[in-house]
Design a binder for this molecule. Sequence first.
Ligand code: BGC
Length: 723
Amino acid sequence: MKKIDEKRIDDLMSQLTLEEKITMIHGEGIFQSGGVPRLGIPPMKMSDGPMGVRKEFALDSWINIGTTDDYVSYLPSNSAIASTWNRKMAYNMGKVLGAEARGRGKDIILAPGINIKRSPLCGRNFEYMSEDPRVIEEMAVPLIKGIQENDVAACVKHLAANNQETDRLKVDTYLDERTLREIYLPGFKAAIDKGESHTIMGAYNRLYGEHCSQSRFLLTKLLREEWNYDGAAISDWGGVHDTKEAAESGLDIEMSVGADFDNYYMAKPLLEAVRKGEIDEEHINKKVRNILRTMLRLNMLGEDRKNRASGTYNSRNHHEEILSCAEESIILLKNEENRLPLNTKDIKTLAVIGQNAERLHAGGGGSAEIKALYEISPLLGLKMQLGGNTEIRYAKGYFIPAKKEKKLNWQQDSLDSEAISRNESKSRTKKARQEELLREAVELAKSTDDVIVFLGLDHEYDVEGRDRKDMKLPYGQDRLVKEVLAVNPNAVVVIVAGSPVEMSSWSDKAKAIVWSYYAGMEGGNALAKVLLGDINPSGKLAESFPKNLMDSPAHKLGEFGIHNKVIYNEGVYVGYRYYDSNNIDVEFPFGHGLSYTTFEYVNLSVTHDESTIADDVEVRIRVTIKNTGKVYGAETVQIYVADKEASVPRPIHELKGFTKVFLEPGEEQTVELSLYKDSFGFYDVEKHCFVAEAGDFEIQVGSSSRDIRLSETVKLNREYRYN
Ligand code: BGC
């Protein structure tokens, strides 16, 4: 973390009264903490979130101020960014997000969300990156760096084990320490150590009985004592439940959803407790120091302000960067008989079926909602790019019940789970309308030269505050796609969604399946370019797509017990760690993603050296990748490590490295990368550290977790310990 002249902090501390210090450590607005104008200390202005800077709210309510100057660029979701497997792309998106946040006058952008995708049903999966900690580490770090280049703080969230929305304020998570350290914490540790995230957000849930946003285990022992974090820790909005616990934990700023700012736990109640001598003022001093240090890092104080980056929003350059990221995020899941790209010369009429072709998603999802300057739908993208020689005929295909009137203060109500039930109408009218739309779509599919069916989810399902009930496609879409495929087996299937859906009842019948996460304002353009072959897809899944819910380890082995207790019995066997170790068939494996070209992997060489770096090993991997097809394309080369003999049960292999190569047809490139001791160990609960044991490790190089092309074994001659 950037070193700060602590004397400047001492100086301010000596002038602050207890009342002023208390002002600084809690919300004095829905999205800002208190400032001390007398000393030139401004409030900390915050905004969500991961997909762009959220609309502007009034200071003391969840009402959008309603002006037109808060339209912003709408970025690809974190799941889309992760599926590019391109660190540079993550950095670029960070730069855009940071510039937009600063441009809107913010000090902290409440992003990125990096919780592990443990269950396919989690309503916020779309906001998160992966089921794999290494992917998260590698992608979150450049994202955070990009944000913070703009003198805006990232706020990596939500620490920790915040993996479901059901009962999110009460759920009490239990997992063994090894699992916590190997799977659920590495992303946060990297965000702090390597990304130097200036702020971090505690989660809503409980962990081992303690509310995460006021947890002494997480915020004091881990964050401050073990990780030596000296930035600012912020609660989730309404995540604090007790004055003493919060004050005595490593939490620095309490934020919440109501306008009774003086009654927040870390406001008047804390002031009184300190006055009565029940809470030591030293706890308050630490918090204020962390906040001031963060302000200094952001050039917020005194003369520094003249040098502070000013940012900008909605620049053309931002939109171009967003388009590039969206293009690289799209995943070609299946492409039998080279069904894609479409051969537009032969298509005079094209049926576009399914409401996800024309629906806009920016405005939903909970706190990740965006008031987008614009959003190109897939239908618009296709029309813009195909032009006038191809007639696109659109059919809705399925019925979506009208939304209930959206409450203005959704977020305030969102802490009450009753208030956010899904809108499901079972009326007869719905059935009749459904039937009518289905018939119309099937008839259309019979009559055109080509057909694309757009399926998926929307922010009724991918949403903060509630999980899905199952993995099924809603709105009768399974029936729609089956009937369309029955009349035209060549129909291309495109899915726009934020989390996996069950496809097994029709996926073997479809020749081509394309996946897009919520890919931002240029998402429709990106999809059209991929479908038409202007862009060769290169996205890969950063999560496994199971065939059905009960295959998922969280649901098969996890326990949802009494008293809101959730027990992660699957341990470290999350995602592919479970499916691959147990040979369970998946719909599409972790790391999977096809291209319009083909890649050959040759000449793997693995060498290692245990003598040149003190107390470390460097395993050097070289492999040559050749583009053996006819078009330019990109391949993400993945490195998995398999511990051949371990003293504890370990997953059959784990991803430890990746690199993306861009190749012209016929071109080849030799990829070189090194793994260090931290790619070989497991967390040893007795030794309280990671241990890489001596012995054989297989280095596997492949195109997905189920498509290993080459492998070689290395031997570590001694044991290594690390944290
Ligand atoms: C979410 C956070 C968000 C905060 C502020 C909470 O409901 O969990 O991710 O940053 O609200 O909007």
